[in-house]
Each structure stands twice: as C-alpha cells, then as structure tokens.
Design a protein around this ligand. Structure first.
Ligand SMILES: *Cc1c(COP(=O)(O)O)cnc(C)c1O
Length: 370
C-alpha cells in the first residue's frame, strides 16, 4: 500500500475550523457588535445549552478546566484539613485543583486495562478526613461510575467528576458529568469541545452548589461589591461562550467522527508488540486520546516520528513522581500501574476530520513496527 502521506499531525483544528469558519466569525461579530464581554447573554445561553447537553440542571461557566474542579470543590466546602481521592494517572490539573483548596491529594493507582481509577483500590485510602473522590474519565473513557457512586454513598463522600477529556461520553445511557455532585469541564482548544483560548465550566444538579460556585468565580460576590467568600476571578467570557455555543451544536458529530477513526484503528492495528485501548461494557467513549501501549514505547515513538507521525505521551511522569508533589512523600514503586502506563503509553493522532489516507498511513506504520 502506498498511502502518499508523509506527515500526520498529532492534532489539527483545521478540518473543523474550515467547516465552521462563518459560524465562528458570526459568533465573534455578534459579541463585538454588542460590546459586552463578560457576564452577558452568550455565557447564559451557553450555560443553559451545555447543562441540557450534559443532562444536568445547572452549568456555571468559568475560566478554565482547572478552575472548574477547584471551584466545585470549594463550593462543596472542601478545604484545609480534608483529603480528596484522585487517580494517580491523570493530568496534573486534577491534583492541583485539590491542592489549591488547601486539601490534601490522596492518590489511587489506576486499572491497567482501562487506565481509569481502580475502583478496588479506593476504599483502602479512605480515612476520617476523606471528603471526596474525583474520578477522571481519562482519554474520553467513562469510569466505573456505579461502583464509584456506591463507595461514595457508603462512606458519605462527595463525587466531583473530571470530564475535561470526556465531553459527551456516555455511561449506561447517561452522560458523564451527571453522576456526581458536580463535574468539571475544560474547553482548552485541544479538548473534544474546544474554545479559541482557555475556558471551562462546571455542571451540577444542586442549585446551592451552582449559586455558590458562580459567586466564588466572580470574586466571591453574590451581588456587586458585596463579597461573601474570598473568591477567584474565573469567568467564561462572552466571545468564548458564543463560539462554544456554535461548536456545541456539532459536538456529537465531532465525537462520532473520532469514534469512526478509533474503530478503524481498533480494526486495523494488529501488531503483537502493541496493546490497543480497552473500554468497559455499556459505555460510549469519546476518544479524546487514542492510547496504545508498547514495552518498547520510546523506540516506537522515535520510529513513528521518523515516519512523520506525531505522537504524545499521556503522561510521561506520574503525579507522585513530579517535583511539585515531593511533599506528598510518595516514592517510586508506590503506584506500579501509573508508573507502568507512564513508561509504555503512546498516544497516536486523533482529531476530527482525519482523512482515510492519514488513518491508513498510521495503521500501516504501526503495523510495520518490529
Ligand atoms: C485539560 C485537563 C484539565 C484542565 O483543564 P484546563 O482547561 O487546561 O485548566 C483537567 N483535567 C484533565 C484530565 C485534563 O485533561
């Protein structure tokens, strides 16, 4: 097979942006004509539409995904002296959101098959101080929410879902983000639903949490110049909200396109040196990342890069071995699954609008690796 492709980027925004050029320009112009940039109708409209999309009652727009989690935790009253359970294999933001509230991060090793938090290892980490669990639907794969909600109910813990990589993913017929007390989303440009800059939102079914979160994100004020919390400045600006409204309309199409690419990878990649991603029953993942595993990961990475295929590692250093978390006192060997993933995981190109030529080229080169 001669695919005639010499370069496949890891991610490209171009295919979607080409299709949406006029909608995006109109959204920008709408806000610009209005001359109102923060806390206006576009934010309100996006919040209504995104809450509906997530099958939740409320949505509060914030500045980014990290803040969506931190503000959710603060709105639940979590802070200094509390402990929060976080998977050991996630982006650093999940842990930082906890740290910024003053609470302590308690890590749990992931399950090597799904890469998500190992539900059998949560209970052993629960103490008198534990207040919440943050399941992360990593790479767009829903966590085992039934098991997690049962543990949380048994121990009276809050659940804050980290949905930064899982916009629209479905677990047993329901959208992720609708299971816990609150859920955080990032609209960083590279996420499945991406703004043209930093943006985020939290969703919840609890009116009190929504109201408190909105106040915290707006300098802790319930009305102008009246501050009931020492809040943050974290709001979703009108231009990003207007663009997100347009992009939300095609989120399902974007996710389906990713799923089609994932299916082609799953059917086409066949190499005894490569492990393909697995997902649990009764879910619809949204393939934020297509994560393969290889014992000779670094050699595979170099080989693919030389063939013009861009790759990434999610994540090369697990949280417990990051310099910034030295103070947690963890050592190498403490989270074997997270460490194994960090040494063997490789993410291959995945984005809306990949061409068959590109997909086939990736499959061909991965299969030729020996
Ligand atoms: C991207 C991401 C975040 C943080 O989102 P930002 O918008 O970059 O702050 C949090 N958690 C996970 C799992 C992410 O992938």
């Amino acid at each position: 097979m001669n695919s005639n492709v010499t370069h496949v980027p890891f991610v490209s925004f171009k295919p979607l942006e080409k299709e949406m050029k006029s909608e995006i320009e109109n959204a920008f112009n709408r806000v610009f004509e209005n001359s109102w940039y923060i806390g206006g109708n576009e934010d309100k409209k996006f919040e209504e539409e995104f809450a509906k999309y997530c099958e939740t009652k409320y949505c509060v727009g914030v500045g980014n995904g990290l803040d969506s989690l931190m503000i959710s935790l603060k709105a639940l009253g979590i802070g200094s002296g509390d402990e929060v359970i976080v998977p050991a294999n996630t982006f650093i933001a999940t842990a930082l959101a906890v740290t910024y509230t003053g609470a302590k991060v308690v890590l749990v090793d992931p399950d090597i098959e799904t890469y998500n938090i190992d539900v059998n290892k949560i209970e052993e980490k629960i103490t008198q101080k534990t207040k919440a669990i943050i399941p992360v639907h990593l790479y767009g794969q829903p966590c085992k929410m039934d098991e997690i909600m049962k543990i949380a109910n048994d121990h009276k813990l809050y659940v804050i879902e980290d949905c930064a990589q899982a916009h629209g993913a479905i677990y047993k017929g329901k959208r992720v983000g609708s299971f816990g007390n609150a859920a955080g989303f990032s609209f960083y440009p590279g996420k499945n639903l991406g703004a043209l800059g930093d943006a985020g939102a939290l969703v919840t079914n609890d009116e009190k949490i929504a109201t408190k979160a909105r106040a915290i994100g707006n300098y802790g004020s319930d009305y102008k110049y009246h501050h009931i919390y020492q809040g943050n400045n974290s709001r979703l600006d009108e231009i990003q909200a207007a663009i997100l409204c347009e992009k939300l309309k095609c989120l399902d199409e974007v996710n389906n396109n990713r799923a089609t690419t994932a299916k082609k990878y799953l059917e086409g990649i066949c190499n005894p040196k490569i492990s393909l991603p697995k997902f649990i029953e009764n879910v619809k993942p949204v393939w934020h990342v297509f994560a393969i595993r290889c014992e000779e990961r670094d050699r595979l990475e170099k080989y693919l890069n030389e063939k013009g295929i861009a790759t990434n590692k999610h994540y090369p250093i697990p949280i417990h071995l990051q310099k910034c978390y030295e103070d947690l006192g963890y050592n190498k060997g403490d989270f074997p699954a997270a460490e194994y993933i960090s040494e063997t995981e490789l993410s291959i190109p995945m984005y809306y609008g990949m061409t068959d030529k590109e997909i086939n080229y990736v499959i061909e080169k991965v299969n030729e690796f020996s």
